[in-house]
Design a binder for this molecule. Structure first.
Ligand SMILES: [Zn+2]
Length: 158
């Protein structure tokens, strides 16, 4: 994959030398989306993160959740978890673990249903990340189900 180095990885904390926070956000918006769609973030997962749009397919939701892990958007991850499987301590445990991995790459391996007319769907993916300087891989088959018409993450099997 050639576009890997184009990605801005959030490995460095902003030092203040890179301009105002708004400038950093604008740069993020113009960068390629972490979900590897090859689109700019502002035309991809940002619409879902900002709730101006809801994902139309399970794959879109899956990608936006990966991007949410990437940008550490805990609330989005909680909100997009299906109420049936959303545990009480989810937010707290996400808040605790979300800063540990640095996400590196996402590959969608397979999609079953999860389309605009479907009520359930499965997405198989591999996500690469670094934790404590070591590269790791997460391979998971995630299940998605609509709740009040909106796609939600149900659970995953790795
Ligand atoms: Zn995206």
């Amino acid at each position: 994959m050639e576009d890997m180095d184009d990605q801005q990885l959030p490995e460095e904390e902003p030092t203040g030398s890179e301009g105002a926070p708004e400038e950093q956000f604008r740069e993020r918006d113009r960068s390629l989306c972490p979900c590897k769609s090859k689109r700019e973030y502002r035309d991809c997962c940002r619409r879902f993160h900002r709730k101006t749009k809801v994902p139309e397919t399970a794959e879109e939701l899956m990608r936006s959740r990966y991007s949410a892990y990437f940008f550490r958007l805990v609330d989005y991850l909680v909100e997009t978890t299906h109420p049936d499987t959303r545990e009480k301590g989810l937010k707290a445990s996400l808040a605790k673990m979300i800063h540990q991995p640095t996400w590196r790459f996402l590959t969608i391996e397979a999609v079953a249903k999860g389309g605009k007319e479907d009520k359930t769907g499965k997405v198989e993916f591999t996500a690469e990340y670094f934790i404590d300087g070591e590269q790791q891989e997460l391979h998971e088959i995630s299940r998605f189900r609509r709740y009040k018409g909106v796609w939600k993450y149900l659970d995953g099997k790795s």
